[in-house]
Design a protein around this ligand. Structure first.
Ligand code: TRP
Length: 505
């Protein structure tokens, strides 16, 4: 039995997909990568990759979900392949198999990300509270690493649970579950707040940033193009990974979201709109980040390159430091962490929703049971990251999910559609329901560009990992947080896809 919910309207769908795409990656990852890989030159490369890899993949996921009407495992389970083999008596037999396991694998990788993404939301929730009296005082770095995280000296030294983080984590999960309580129905309402609010706050930070002394210096660092970087393979590697991660493709989310589209929905226009909105948010995010960093560098009398950080350190150390120097510091603190939380929440719940949709499709259980089951599982796993060694584990798992899981799914998805379902079939389907038409270039992208770039990145990551352990962690940690997790995910996907409900053929 399936309780099929649809989006309230087109705007709700578009906002939900944008909300899933924009997240911490737009604020703390994109600006830094852009600066590192030649500013304006990177922007140019990013847009190219977005058009030839990102949007085609987004279109692919939308078409799969819309055409096959279900979550990732359900939809991919409807695409079959034949295997020929011999029985014991050497008689030739044909068997049909399905790609359901790829859907489960995609979902599990996304779920793996959500287990730590929600912990980062937990930090943000704590910082929202700390902002009221700028609790980090004059030593934000010491405060974050020692007082909040209680970071230990090594990955195998867990050092106990940090209770405020655990509390923040619980709050995040409750918020996630409430946001998807009745599936697309609830999400349709929630996204007006969780997408529009962070955009509004971001605008406040851009304006505040640009009116600070030194802002222009910062922007110069961000955007001055270094065209020679276009010749470096690392730039393209970075652009492709960022596009994949930022669009939230390869996790089954967009498949599930498209399956909630009512009949007669356009997908081509929407895919372009969503892809470009995500890029625009990242680009504008860079103005907020770099103008503020320019101000900070100006205060310290150092070049911007010396204050540039990315990831957690940018959000939880550098930003609090800068906020200390602003008039109305608590207000900007609250706004900043509210922005992080609302940016992150819709990425997190989109993924949880896609897990819930998959479980409902497969096992026919009630939505509320699936919601709560997934949340409890995510919360329990997340406890690892709330310990003193949690940041190290977060780092390792993040690396493996993004550099292996994600590309593997991208590779498999494109190959399945291009060669088993046939790219042309999917293209004519997408065109038949959309106002704007996609040209034959899409087939080329899905057959060659997407799988080849995913494959090349997989090989890159693999040789990198073989040559030296990621981040200098012990091999044992890399095995537990990386290979073992991926292995378990693959086995679990195969088992899940084999499982049949009693009596079903
Ligand atoms: N797109 C999100 C961002 O830019 C990150 C993201 C990708 C994500 N896949 C996810 C978050 C799965 C949670 C779950 O930040």
């Amino acid at each position: 039995m399936k309780e099929h919910a649809y989006w309230d309207n087109r705007v709700a769908f578009v906002l939900a997909a944008i909300g899933s795409a924009i997240g911490l990656g737009n604020i703390w990852r994109f600006p830094y990568i852009c600066y590192k890989f030649g500013g304006g030159a990177f922007l140019f490369a990013y847009l190219i990759v977005l058009i030839i890899v990102g949007i085609p993949l987004l279109l692919l996921e939308f078409s799969i979900g819309y055409k096959l009407k279900g979550s990732a495992p359900f939809s991919l389970g409807r695409i079959h392949y034949r295997v020929k083999g011999f029985e014991d008596d050497k008689e030739l037999v044909e068997r049909r198999g399905s790609f359901e396991w790829v859907g489960w694998f995609a979902i599990l990788v996304g779920f793996g990300i959500t287990t730590y993404y929600s912990v980062i939301m937990g930090w943000s929730a704590d910082y929202l509270v700390y902002s009221f009296n700028t609790a980090w005082g004059n030593a934000p770095k010491e405060f974050f690493f020692n007082r909040v995280l209680g970071l230990t000296d090594s990955i195998f030294h867990l050092g106990g649970i940090r209770w405020p983080i655990l509390l923040g984590l619980a709050v995040s999960w409750v918020w996630i579950v409430l946001s998807i309580w009745k599936g697309a129905k609830t999400v349709s309402k929630v996204v007006y707040v969780t997408v529009l609010l962070p955009w509004a706050i971001l605008l406040v930070f851009v304006i505040r940033g640009l009116t600070l002394p030194g802002a222009f210096e910062g922007i110069k660092y961000y955007l001055t193009p270094d065209w020679s970087k276009l010749l470096h393979a690392e730039l393209w590697h970075a652009a492709i990974s960022q596009v994949f991660f930022s669009l939230t493709v390869g996790f089954g989310v967009m498949i599930a979201y498209a399956s909630f589209l009512p009949p007669k929905s356009d997908i081509v226009n929407n895919a372009f709109l969503i892809g470009l909105a995500d890029a625009a948010t990242a680009y504008v995010g860079g103005f907020a980040v770099f103008s503020t960093l320019g101000y900070y560098a100006h205060l310290q009398g150092v070049p911007v390159s010396q204050v540039m950080k990315s990831g957690p350190e940018l959000a939880f150390v550098t930003y609090p430091t800068i906020i200390n120097h602003l008039p109305l510091a608590p207000l900007f603190g609250v706004l900043f962490f509210l922005m992080l939380l609302t940016l992150a929440i819709d990425s997190a719940f989109s993924l949880v929703e896609s897990v819930v949709a998959s479980i409902m499709d497969k096992f026919g259980i009630r939505r509320w049971k699936a919601n709560i089951g997934v949340a409890v599982a995510g919360f329990l796993i997340g406890i690892l990251y709330t310990t003193g060694g949690g940041l190290y584990w977060l780092d390792v798992v993040d690396h493996f999910m993004n550099n292996y899981g994600l590309f593997l799914v991208g590779l498999l998805e494109s190959v399945i559609i291009a060669y088993f379902y046939r790219a042309e079939n999917m293209r004519s389907f997408a065109n038949s329901i959309s106002e704007r038409q996609i040209g034959k270039w899409w087939n080329f992208s899905i057959k060659w560009i997407v799988p080849l770039s995913a494959l090349v990145l997989l090989v890159f990551s693999f040789t990198g990992t073989i040559l030296s352990p990621y981040g200098g962690y012990p091999r044992r940690a890399e095995f537990l947080g990386g290979w073992l997790v991926l292995g378990v995910f693959i086995i679990a996907s195969l088992v899940l896809s084999r499982y049949k409900k009693g009596g079903e053929a």
